[in-house]
Design a protein around this ligand. Structure first.
Ligand SMILES: *Cc1c(COP(=O)(O)O)cnc(C)c1O
Length: 409
């Protein structure tokens, strides 16, 4: 594809951003299943190590199949975004083996002993544990607050001069609480902090944090970006190209959390249909939320697409659509939750989210089984709560399955 041909749709960018100039005129990016790359001569080896020759050296440091996926994600996250001088915004992406690996590079690359990371209290469990176990062990502190309160954000930053990074996950896993990216990052920037956003639930199709003064965007690519549940993966994107190419790259390479060619290929394939999938995921989710809201067995539907959700306005402001993950509470409690889950005929019983098929889990009997009831209820994980990642099946089949399962709950 001609690099100067202006693509006007994000769906076209998803398919063509990585380019098609491959060995042997292959249409798709080949799976470069090779750990190392050869040198023609000692001089060529020297040139590559000196950086004069940009050809690969070793796959932990980068591999063409990773690069293809990285280019696509970077293009999606910056689609339509300009620098103040009107030029296209460019960011650098580093593909990792998992979301957790990418998060580790982010935290260890930006924080050192004595520093503090500030975050909203509703966070993915793995991020929370990384902060409390790994970062804590390296002497990095974590402060969690309710970032709906902008005065509290400002106050906390003023009182804690060791805060270096403000990390937000919006929508948050699993509560789908939203944080106002523009407002919160605006405050952080007045105080010279770095800002990172976990954009996993939204994807760049629904939300582009680089629109605001955000330094890093993170994804667990395991979810909607891959879209088919075929591979674990993560990506860290950064606006400061020099920093990404030096310090952050170094941490990434030394920590060893690189991706692998097969998973990177699967991710590259999955992302090509992001727009199409997300449109269908979102349409279906809204219909499911409306159906469940009117159902007599349901006490409450937690979905930012509904005007009843406290973060409805934030989601509407910064997201193209509220997305496809929701939770709802069965009036019948623990027993109803189990019976409903068991009665499902088509929807898949599994944790994770963002796959083409609908995934449903019952946290009280599954992921939060070992968390005491009083503890989990503080986070809204009640006995009858069901979590659902709405898939792209035909809406009639999703609703029929819910209907027959609710009748048995
Ligand atoms: C899944 C997830 C992660 C962790 O990603 P892995 O790919 O499982 O390592 C981080 N943040 C959010 C919001 C997630 O949903």
């Amino acid at each position: 594809m001609n690099k100067d041909f202006p693509l006007t749709g994000i769906g076209s960018v998803a398919m063509h951003a990585a380019g098609h100039e491959h060995a042997e005129y292959a249409h798709l990016t080949p799976i470069f299943a090779t750990s190392t790359f050869t040198f023609d001569s000692a001089q060529q080896g020297s040139d590559r190590f000196a950086g004069a020759d940009k050809t690969r050296i070793y796959s932990r440091w980068g591999n063409p199949t990773f690069t293809a996926a990285e280019k696509t994600i970077a293009a999606l996250e910056t689609f339509g975004l300009k620098n103040p001088d009107g030029s296209q915004l460019e960011v650098k992406a580093l593909l990792h083996a998992s979301g957790q690996a990418a998060m580790t590079t982010l935290f260890l690359g930006t924080l050192k002993a004595g520093d503090t990371v500030l975050s909203h209290y509703s966070l993915y469990g793995g991020t929370y544990e990384l902060m409390n176990k790994v970062l804590a062990a390296t002497g990095v502190h974590t402060i969690l607050i309710d970032m709906h309160d902008l005065n509290l954000v400002e106050d906390t930053i003023r009182k804690n001069t060791s805060i270096k990074l403000l990390h937000i996950e919006t929508p948050a896993n699993p509560t789908i609480q939203c944080v106002d990216i523009e407002a919160v990052s605006g405050i952080a920037k007045q105080h010279g902090l770095l800002v990172s956003v976990d954009n996993t639930f939204a994807t760049p199709y629904l939300q582009q944090p680089f629109r605001y003064e955000v330094d890093f965007v993170f994804h667990s690519t395991t979810k909607f970006l891959n879209g088919h549940g075929t591979a674990i993966g993560g990506v860290l994107l950064g606006r400061d190209l020099a920093l990404m190419n030096t310090a952050m790259w170094k941490w990434h390479v030394l920590l060893g959390g690189n991706s692998n060619p097969f998973d990177a290929f699967l991710l590259g394939q999955g992302m090509k249909t992001l727009e199409l999938r997300m449109d269908r995921h979102c349409d279906n989710a809204m219909k499911v939320a409306e159906y469940l809201s009117a159902h007599p067995a349901i006490a409450h539907v937690n979905y930012t697409g509904l005007a009843s959700h406290p973060d409805h306005a934030i989601a509407a402001r910064q997201m193209k659509h509220p997305g496809a993950v929701m939770s709802y509470e069965l009036k019948g409690g623990l027993n109803a939750g189990k019976k409903f889950t068991d009665a499902l005929q088509m929807c898949i019983r599994a944790v994770s989210l963002g796959t083409v098929d609908t995934l449903i889990s019952h946290p009280a009997s599954m992921s939060h089984l070992s968390v005491p009831k009083e503890e989990r209820e503080k986070y809204g994980i009640t006995d009858g709560l069901i979590r659902m990642s709405v898939g792209i099946e035909n809406i009639h089949d999703i609703i029929s399955d819910l209907e027959q399962a609710l009748a048995k709950a």
